[in-house]
Ligand binder design. Structure first.
Ligand code: SAM
Length: 324
């Protein structure tokens, strides 16, 4: 799949649920309405869709949500997609908040998942509870340990938030170095309305990088993981620091992905409304109907997002709906 800007699309973010057991302040509103299970793509439909996408050149799938591990049949989804590894699919990964990893880490590894992203915005239990509105840090840390014990390579994702966790960033990098995890910092994106003021918490990462460079030697790295991060090797640590800078450093020119919601809506861009609805086509029209819709999506894939901090959200849907 090559779009009108010459970008090859070989990476899919596949949301399996919009539900989450946390309510991160920058991600969700305090009160959210979630979809009924019957509206979601079922396991067979997810597997069929993966096959269609792989036939069109998709090589990597990242499962996300909401929180993927709160979906009841997530074990089956992972096992089914894991079965495609080595026969068309190069990599199956997941982004998770980690709370359910103590139960699932072994199953992910057994299905062929080799690396996961764990979102963790604070190592202070009170602050973690405040940011997530309910989370138990100890449970997430137990999840991270379970994942490491299962042999999964872990990257910590931390949304950098002025006035909330900014002063913790050097400590988080030090912790990641001690534990052997990579760290990626993310600028907050204006997606959906939340109660908090995103302008107040917006923290440009160029400033953060300068501060980290006073303490560690950061060498630009050519590493790519299929995502939008720019990487730096943290010298003599074996750890990589990633920066995802949708606001200060637009990366849309190298976009290689599409995003599929739990109901089968496919977005060409996280920050735009361009979309096609695949669920009914999957249920009624079969492969040809799905292919025709994907052709439309790729032909009209937007050049990039128009994120502006301080303005109204770029799109009404929250990150948890599109799949982060
Ligand atoms: N529940 C899983 C998790 O916590 O990783 C997967 C879904 S979550 C929406 C994916 C990632 O998006 C998390 O790292 C989260 O911090 C990030 N995220 C959510 N809303 C965001 C926003 N408005 N700006 C930047 N990152 C956001």
């Amino acid at each position: 799949m090559i779009d009108s800007f010459g970008r090859r699309i070989d990476y899919v973010r596949l949301s399996v649920t919009d539900r989450c057991d946390l309510r991160c302040r920058y991600c969700m509103a305090e009160t959210m309405t979630f979809l009924p299970h019957r509206d979601l793509l079922q396991v067979d439909e997810i597997a069929a869709l993966a096959d269609i996408l792989m036939a069109r050149g998709v090589r990597r799938i990242r499962l996300t949500g909401g929180e993927p591990l709160v979906r009841r049949d997530i074990g089956e989804i992972v096992a089914r997609l894991g079965g495609r590894l080595g026969s068309g699919l190069d990599e199956l990964t997941m982004t998770t908040n980690g709370t359910q990893l103590p139960r699932f880490a072994e199953r992910l590894a057994a299905a062929g998942v080799r690396r996961i992203n764990v979102s963790l915005d604070s190592l202070d239990p009170d602050r973690f509870r405040h940011i997530t509105r309910r989370g138990d840090l100890a449970q997430v840390l137990e999840g991270v340990r379970a994942a490491a014990a299962a042999g999964l390579k872990i990257k910590i994702n931390m949304v950098a938030l002025a006035g909330l966790n900014a002063e913790e960033i050097p400590g988080m990098l030090a912790w990641c170095i001690a534990e052997g995890h990579d760290l990626t910092l993310i600028e907050t994106m204006p997606l959906g309305r939340v109660e908090d003021d995103r302008t107040e918490h917006y923290l440009p990462l160029d400033k953060v990088k300068r501060r980290l460079a006073e303490q560690w030697s950061l060498r630009p790295s050519a590493a790519r993981t299929g995502g939008p991060a720019t990487y730096f090797e943290v010298a003599d640590t074996g750890v990589r620091l990633g920066l995802i800078t949708p606001l200060t450093g637009n990366f849309c020119a190298s976009c290689n992905r599409i995003r599929i919601t739990a109901t089968g809506t496919v977005f060409g861009c996280l920050g735009q409304d361009q979309k096609v609805e695949l669920r009914d086509a999957l249920r009624e029209g079969g492969v040809a109907a799905v292919d025709a819709l994907l052709d439309d999506l790729i032909a009209g894939k937007p050049k990039g997002h128009d994120f502006v901090i301080g303005a109204a959200p770029a799109v009404a849907r929250h990150m948890s709906v599109t799949g982060g």
